[in-house]
Design a protein around this ligand. Structure first.
Ligand code: MIC
Ligand code: SF4
Length: 668
């Protein structure tokens, strides 16, 4: 039977499955599987909690092939806290056999693609954009830090066998149109919840026209579709990219079988694709640039793990060449990695950007996560990033448009939203070629190799003997992870918050320069829980604690980031169950890991029968967790059902009072 590429890689990694299956035959979609994880990555904002959990597992060294700890989020050091976290993470990496990517080396996903990614391997990362690795044919999945800690300890990653959606690309991108426009088109068609429970697999003749950085832009933003991950085949373009990175040995050819069957197919003709933007405040609010043209822009930001490769910087430099940033615009650029920055310097791209008036920001997440470069009041900012949730930029009333580097560059020099194809420019990088091939290439192979091979900002794991001598360094802001509550037989509690659709983890636990330094300190960070939706939540929840409360929400609850703080802090404040119309994948898993029961309205219309402040009863928690049957809910005179969407392992985790307790009791 012909299999998709995603199925082939998943099958090769299955260590346990609920259903008996024959290798080479499709596995029933939705059935529970457990896969071996070859590589892990963490970043500093989620890493401290992940490693605090990892320490409690009590093993001397990680059991993965490669584990990397990146510092890229909390690099705005306004006091001791962030650098204390960096030191803690560096000492943990030294002690447990983990690579350490020092601050300044770049954004985790970009660096991982360049230095560690291997086609056909599995990667689990404590960051929702880990699927970037799908750009070179990896099954790369984002997860909560606790799941990543378990994987570092050699444990499997549990998931429901995803559906595989095919995206058939034909034609070739036209001048001024970028890879970002492809994924924006997929988002326009599929929405921010279209990919829940699915992998997007790209195929068709259009694939070979795309470079690895372009493919990585697309797989990166598969996270915004709610997908488990996205994947491209590993082909000649992948080989060229890995060769340029001095890692030709890592390459192997990977593709779907001829005649592979997809659960559905989305078709995009690149010849016909135009420039697009995701309008405020959702990555799927996509419109054509033609329909927005002429709108005044006050800020342009280029970078993030989505669009910060050499190709991206070159595309910007080509458009701004000989021009200046318009007087009404502030423009900034954050190259994705130190390698990219060095290559951009050598190729003359950096000089062109500085000359044009771009502010050069460090190679880190920066403005993407509200760490500086916030827009002005009511500002209009064009960003090459992947998320535009309200307030994430640091300015609550700003309008954030997500666009390609080409569109961002065009607005930077004209001061208004402009279709790049209407401007005169020459591409600096050969069309459809990798950055090292073709006459139009900006750097030759040897020049790129020189930079790529300089791993001076990566610290390799120590020998077992050396590692045993390492002392862990813990700053005063690093507090232990709080314990979870035990499962209750039934609960009668007030609904402390009723929220709408598409609540993001940024809404549940904001990031930004003020809050991010508290990631290692749950009691402190919990003061910001739901701050964006209701500034009184913390006080009201604290007054009720330890009795507890419920939260009610709409569709796609918990979309966005993998931050487990969006489960940990509510847990710490006494939230015992979250009842919604539907959940985003990672957040639902994080709730389970921290002992909060995720319940789904069996009839979405029942959502309207509950008001904030009502007392709600879940009458059969223990029984539902033991049997897998539905939850029974009572609110005043109304009774209704909550669908039990939990697999057996998740139910056992909840019965044990969370993943840490479950693992301590010998659970796998
Ligand atoms: C994000 O883009 O929202 C983040 C910050 O990278 C998060 C991780 C975090 O909250 O630390 C993510 O995408 O998972
Ligand atoms: Fe960093 Fe932004 Fe990417 Fe998250 S989405 S990893 S904050 S660059």
């Amino acid at each position: 039977m012909a299999l998709t590429l995603a199925e082939k890689i998943l099958q090769a990694h299955i260590v346990d499955s609920a259903e008996k299956f024959t290798k080479g035959q499709p596995i029933t979609r939705g059935s529970d599987i457990a896969i071996r994880i070859d590589q892990t990555l963490t970043q500093d904002a989620t890493g401290t909690m992940a490693y605090l959990q990892f320490e409690t597992i009590g093993i001397p060294r990680v059991k993965t092939e490669v584990s990397v700890s990146y510092i890229d989020h909390n690099t705005l050091q306004t006091d001791f806290r962030n650098m204390d976290d960096h030191r803690y993470l560096q000492s943990i990496a030294a002690k447990y056999g983990i690579y350490f990517s020092r601050p300044g080396n770049g954004i985790c996903h970009q660096v991982h693609l360049e230095r560690f990614g291997v086609p056909g391997k599995t990667l689990l990362g404590s960051d929702s954009h880990t699927p970037t690795g799908g750009g070179i044919g990896m099954i790369a999945i984002g997860a909560g830090g606790l799941d990543v800690a378990v994987a570092m300890g050699g444990g499997a990653f549990h998931l429901a066998m995803p559906k595989v959606f095919g995206v058939k690309l034909t034609g070739k991108l036209q001048k001024g149109v970028g890879a970002k426009d492809i994924i924006l088109e997929v988002l326009r068609k599929e929405s921010v919840k279209g990919g829940v429970g699915a992998v997007y697999e790209y195929f068709g003749p259009g694939v070979e026209t795309l470079t690895v950085p372009q493919r990585a832009t697309i797989t990166n933003m598969g996270a915004e579709l709610g997908a488990t991950c996205s994947i491209f085949p590993s082909d000649e373009a992948t080989k060229a990219f890995l060769t340029a990175m001095g890692r030709a040995d890592a390459w192997s050819e990977l593709k779907a079988d001829k005649g592979a069957v997809y659960d559905k197919i989305v078709e995009i003709n690149l010849d016909e694709l135009g420039s697009m933007a995701a309008c405020p405040h959702s990555p799927d609010a996509v419109q054509t640039i033609a329909s927005l043209a002429g709108k005044k822009v006050t800020q342009v930001a280029i970078g993030s793990c989505t669009n910060s490769s050499l190709d991206d910087l070159a595309a910007v430099a080509a458009i701004v060449k000989g021009k200046h940033v318009a007087p009404g615009v502030e423009a900034g650029i954050a190259p994705g990695s130190r390698t990219t920055l060095m290559m951009a310097e050598k190729a003359g791209i950096l000089g062109e950007l500085i000359r044009a008036g771009f502010r050069i920001l460090e190679s880190a997440c920066g403005p993407c996560i509200g760490m500086g470069f916030a827009p002005n009041s009511e500002g209009v900012t064009l960003r090459t990033f992947n998320r535009n949730f309200k307030g994430r930029s640091g300015t609550a009333d700003a309008s954030v448009y997500l666009v390609s580097p080409e569109t961002a560059a065009a607005a930077a020099v004209t001061g208004v939203i402009t279709e790049p194809k209407t401007l005169q420019f020459e591409k600096l990088i050969g069309e459809g070629k990798t950055m090292l091939s073709g006459e139009a290439a900006v750097l030759n192979k040897d020049q790129i190799l020189n930079f790529a091979k300089d791993d001076g900002m990566l610290i390799a794991p120590l020998s077992m003997e050396e590692a045993a001598k390492v002392e862990i360094v813990r700053g005063p802001n690093i507090k232990p992870c709080p314990a979870t509550a035990e499962a209750a037989a039934k609960l009668t509690l007030p609904v402390l918050l009723k929220a709408g659709d598409n609540v993001s983890t940024d809404d549940i636990m904001p990031a930004g320069a003020k809050v991010l330094p508290l990631r290692s300190n749950i009691p402190e960070i919990s003061k910001f829980t739901f701050e964006r939706l209701d500034t009184t939540f913390y006080e009201r929840a604290s007054a009720l604690n330890p009795k507890g409360c419920f939260v009610v929400g709409g569709e796609n609850y918990g979309q966005g980031s993998s931050r487990e703080h969006a489960a940990l802090a509510p847990m710490y404040l006494g939230v015992r169950a979250v009842i919604v119309k539907s959940f985003a994948r990672i957040h639902k898993a994080n709730l389970v890991n921290y002992g909060i029961i995720p319940v789904v309205f069996a009839n979405p219309a029942d959502y309207d029968k509950i008001n904030q402040g009502d007392t709600l009863e879940i009458t059969n928690i223990e029984q539902a967790l033991k049997t897998g049957g539905n939850f029974e809910l009572k609110c005043g005179a109304n009774t209704f059902e909550g669908t039990n969407t939990l697999d057996q392992r998740s139910r056992n985790i909840l019965l044990a009072g969370g993943l840490a307790a479950y693992t301590r009791n010998g659970g796998q």
